[in-house]
Design a protein around this ligand. Structure first.
Ligand SMILES: Cc1cc2nc3c(=O)[nH]c(=O)nc-3n(C[C@H](O)[C@H](O)[C@H](O)COP(=O)(O)O)c2cc1C
Length: 395
């Protein structure tokens, strides 16, 4: 299909001005009069139209397109450079690891590689030598350079689980001395018990146990969630937001590195300042009794292939957060952060969100009013979304 010459499009998430301040209605004559005055005043009508009136419409569209192209191109390049610089500066994809977060990302990714393999139906004994060596090197360095945290504890428990797996199979692990190493890490994290409450390794499950806890009427749950753009004035309890965030923390993330974060604004003055930075909430944002900003930490990523991972991990986390809030009876509306660098800088200035984090989106939140309306937001037909593989038999 040929290119459609649309010219520039305004950000399609900008919402209409609030209906609470309607313009005074104009009579038809007044409206025509003011419209014609506007037209008379227009530079385009005075100068551009007479000069271009003999040019065919399709040419005009092309001319408009090409006239706007340099500005568009520059905007795209400079905004891409803005994103590139963040990833280049803060991720460890270039091979330089200097920050605590860089080492933590490697430790989590590596211990998770081991526990992931232990969750296969038939793991090969003696697997993972390279990963274990790297995990030990990084964790020892981490303990030496930075304070101990749960990533060290999890790494220790994964080593113990790996050792247990080999013991039950009466097989040799890939490396000797794993239990000693794990115990040293546990000592460092002041949790010297070998078997108490493991934080790494595998969890035994049965179909029954998973079904018993997971079989809920998700269809009703999903279809009862709507983007809510009307809120009750009652303040939101911070504990309720914490509960939702804890639930959202169950969201999968690449190698379980858990880059997403949530900034919570419940204070009226603060949330007003934050939501003012977003352009898609006109008409309802001022009613929200809370504003959340979801970000993802670029320091958790260590390869060029992961240059867009922040948006994937962050987007999935945001979705879980929306559903978690819904389950707690709190209404929310996702607010896009599809912005250019100036707006992004302004939000960081207002909130102090560090340059190492990508801003994913905002959420306006609030208790539900007694009765209200939501947009229908009709969904596309299934066939336009679910594309069958070629091997799928036709019905
Ligand atoms: C990333 C993202 C950004 C969004 N931004 C806005 C926004 O700025 N303003 C708004 O009113 N709605 C926004 N929405 C809400 C969508 O319009 C809404 O999710 C969609 O129409 C489906 O409706 P539903 O959420 O009620 O099912 C956004 C949704 C997403 C996922």
């Amino acid at each position: 299909m040929g290119k459609v010459w649309l010219g520039s499009m305004k950000d399609n998430h900008d919402t209409a001005p609030p209906s609470s301040q309607p313009d005074a209605p104009l009579s038809q004559e007044k409206w025509l009069e003011s419209a014609s005055q506007d037209q008379q005043r227009s530079f385009k009508d005075r100068w551009v139209k007479p000069l271009t009136k003999n040019i065919p419409k399709s040419w005009k569209r092309r001319l408009r397109y090409w006239a706007g192209y340099p500005a568009y191109f520059w905007k795209l390049v400079s905004n891409s450079v803005y994103d590139f610089r963040r990833f280049n500066k803060w991720s460890s994809a270039d091979g330089k690891q200097s920050l605590r977060e860089h080492y933590r990302a490697w430790i989590i990714a590596d211990y998770h590689k081991i526990e992931k393999a232990l969750a296969f139906s038939n793991p090969r004994t003696g697997f993972g030598k390279v990963v274990l060596l790297r995990l030990m090197e990084h964790t020892d360095y981490y303990i030496e350079q930075f304070s101990v945290d749960t990533s060290v504890l999890c790494a220790a428990d994964v080593l113990l689980a790996y050792q247990d797996f080999h013991e039950t199979r009466q097989a040799q692990p890939a490396l000797p001395g794993l239990v000693e190493k794990a115990m040293a890490w546990k000592q460092a994290s002041k949790t010297p018990d070998k078997d108490d409450g493991r934080t790494g390794g595998v969890i035994a499950c049965t179909r029954e146990s998973i079904h018993a806890r997971g079989k809920i009427d998700l269809q009703a749950f999903f279809s009862s969630r709507h983007s809510v753009r009307q809120y009750a004035p009652d303040p939101i309890d911070a504990g309720l937001v914490d509960q939702a965030v804890r639930m959202a923390q169950r969201t999968p993330s690449v190698c379980n590195r858990q880059a997403p974060k949530v900034y919570v604004y419940l204070d009226p003055e603060e949330r007003k300042q934050v939501i003012r930075c977003q352009k898609g909430n006109a008409g309802f944002g001022d009613q929200a009794t809370g504003v959340l900003v979801v970000t993802a930490d670029t320091r958790a990523y260590f390869s060029v292939g992961e240059r867009y991972q922040a948006w994937i991990d962050g987007g999935m986390f945001a979705m879980s957060l929306v559903y978690a809030l819904h389950s707690l009876g709190i209404g929310s509306c996702c607010l896009n952060w599809s912005v250019e660098k100036a707006a992004d800088r302004e939000l960081r200035r207002v909130t102090g969100i560090p340059a190492s984090e990508c801003v994913i989106m905002m959420l306006s939140i609030g208790h539900l009013p007694e009765s209200f309306v939501v947009a229908q937001s009709h969904r596309k037909p299934l066939d336009s979304v679910r594309i069958q593989g070629r091997g799928t038999p036709s019905k």
